[in-house]
Design a protein around this ligand. Structure first.
Ligand code: GUN
Ligand code: ZN
Length: 442
């Protein structure tokens, strides 16, 4: 489809290797005057503008002077119904769930309410440059339909699933082992693989599922091996103590999931702060992924994720970077990278900006088994692209005067930037967000 062929022109940023394995500055490829050719929703070519555009004579060019063109951000763990309780005061995990989260999620039984929430969430992602996410819906199948429909309309690669939860929550929010299985299976049949959509089998966490339900979740995931499996693990000390009481025979928290087959490639465990040596070894060996949710872990007071020990080490675990809204306090991946940096600092480890940007794109994509198609600016990848303004505020403009390298510039962005730095967001080659147009409409 040549009529759909066009090019973006500006400074390009791509990854050619894993910055946790190779010195970070050697893993990025950049062209000061670069071009990205896009056709039929995919990236065809990335390189120096003069050469690339000469190979595509007459191609329409959207020029972003001073813009940085890179892959869209990928949020590996979020809860769309919780957008409306972001920034809820004063509680730690279990009380926060009871006081704010569960009552709010019951509202998502209403399809129209859920649909409006899904639209607001996805539009919030796009204005923050997030083009893909792995998302918890609510218990109700309609809350999954609402998000998938909104994602399909936008052409976004979104993974989600209905929460399976059959105890320790309000009755209105609970399913049963059998209905959780049946409803999830029907949703997989209706949605998984449609467009760019992916289903994630979603037992909320070990506390809100009976052993019978985790058994059913394990069976369901085994029966649909191309789906993902997302849950929470080892976020908060009171949570961990309760899991130990509920599952006295398991060696540890991961052991609970393991005993029901909920471990391995395609699993995505949120938080993973207070892990044992055995859990770390099993996560590594099994190819499981974890999502680092730094604003959430700070905001709910859960603890300090060990980036060095889990990712910047000899036997790394797959790690994604995640907002975890609404436990997380921001929908911005800049805030999320900043919090990841600060948490690492508190543990005596400095998270290099190239590593942070890698985690926010390819790392998260890898945690969702999608890093062969999203998360990088490379030929053959789906054209999910964000264009950043590296001088979006007076403070940043001033700070950028002292910057010498691209990684310095990235660091300034992750510490100081917000959604004003997102000039445009493209999903499968379609421009779905334009900052200047949005501000003109405001
Ligand atoms: N553990 C179980 N459910 C949740 C949730 O909704 N948010 C967070 N942060 N942790 C959880
Ligand atoms: Zn979560």
């Amino acid at each position: 489809n040549t009529s759909a062929t066009f090019a973006l022109r500006g400074r390009t940023l791509a990854f050619r290797d894993d910055p946790f394995r190779v010195p970070p500055d050697q893993t990025i490829a950049t062209e000061e005057d670069g071009a990205v050719v896009i056709a039929a929703g995919r990236i065809v070519e990335v390189g120096p503008a003069a050469e690339v555009l000469a190979r595509h004579p007459g191609v329409a060019v959207e020029a972003y002077d001073g813009g940085l063109i890179m892959a869209g951000f990928v949020d590996s763990h979020a809860h769309y119904p919780q957008m409306e309780i972001i920034g809820s005061y004063g509680e730690q995990l279990l009380e926060w769930l009871e006081k704010y989260t569960f009552p709010t999620e019951t509202k998502y039984a209403d399809y129209q309410y859920a649909r409006a929430g899904a639209e607001a969430y996805l539009d919030g992602c796009l204005s923050n440059g997030i083009t893909s996410a792995c998302v918890f819906a609510a218990t109700y199948p309609g809350s999954v339909d609402a998000l998938f429909e909104a994602a399909l309309a936008r052409g976004m690669r979104i993974a989600t699933g209905k929460n399976m939860m059959d105890r320790h929550a309000p009755a209105a929010l609970c399913d049963t082992a059998a209905s959780g299985y049946d409803q999830s299976k029907a949703l997989i049949e209706a949605w998984h693989g449609r467009g760019r959509l992916v289903y994630a089998v979603t037992p909320r966490f070990a506390i809100t599922s009976t052993p019978e339900q985790l058994e059913a979740a394990g069976a369901l995931w085994r029966e649909h091996p191309t789906t993902l499996m997302q849950t929470h693990m080892s976020e908060n000390l009171a949570e961990i103590a309760w899991v130990r009481e509920l599952y006295p025979d398991a060696p540890d928290y991961l052991g609970v999931y393991e005993s029901f087959g909920l471990i391995g490639e395609g699993t995505n465990f949120g938080h993973c702060i207070h892990l044992t040596e055995r859990e770390i070894a099993r996560l590594t060996e099994s190819g499981s992924a974890v999502s680092h949710c730094p604003t959430s872990n700070a905001f709910i007071g859960s603890g300090l994720f060990d980036m060095k020990g889990l990712r910047d080490c000899a036997a790394p675990i797959r790690v994604g970077l995640a907002t975890d809204i609404g436990g997380g306090s921001s929908l911005s991946m800049f805030d999320t990278m900043k919090a990841a940096y600060e948490v690492a600092q508190l543990r005596g480890y400095s998270l290099h900006p190239v590593k942070a940007f890698w985690l926010a794109t390819l790392g998260s994509a890898g945690a969702l088994r999608m890093d062969d198609r999203i998360g990088n600016l490379a030929a053959g990848y789906e054209a999910d692209v964000v264009v950043l303004d590296l001088e979006s505020t007076p403070l940043i403009r001033r700070r950028m005067r002292t910057v010498e390298t691209l990684s310095d510039a990235l660091f300034v962005q992750m510490i100081l930037a917000d959604d004003r730095a997102v000039r445009a967001t493209y999903v499968a080659g379609e421009k779905l967000y334009d900052r200047d147009q949005a501000s003109a409409e405001r």
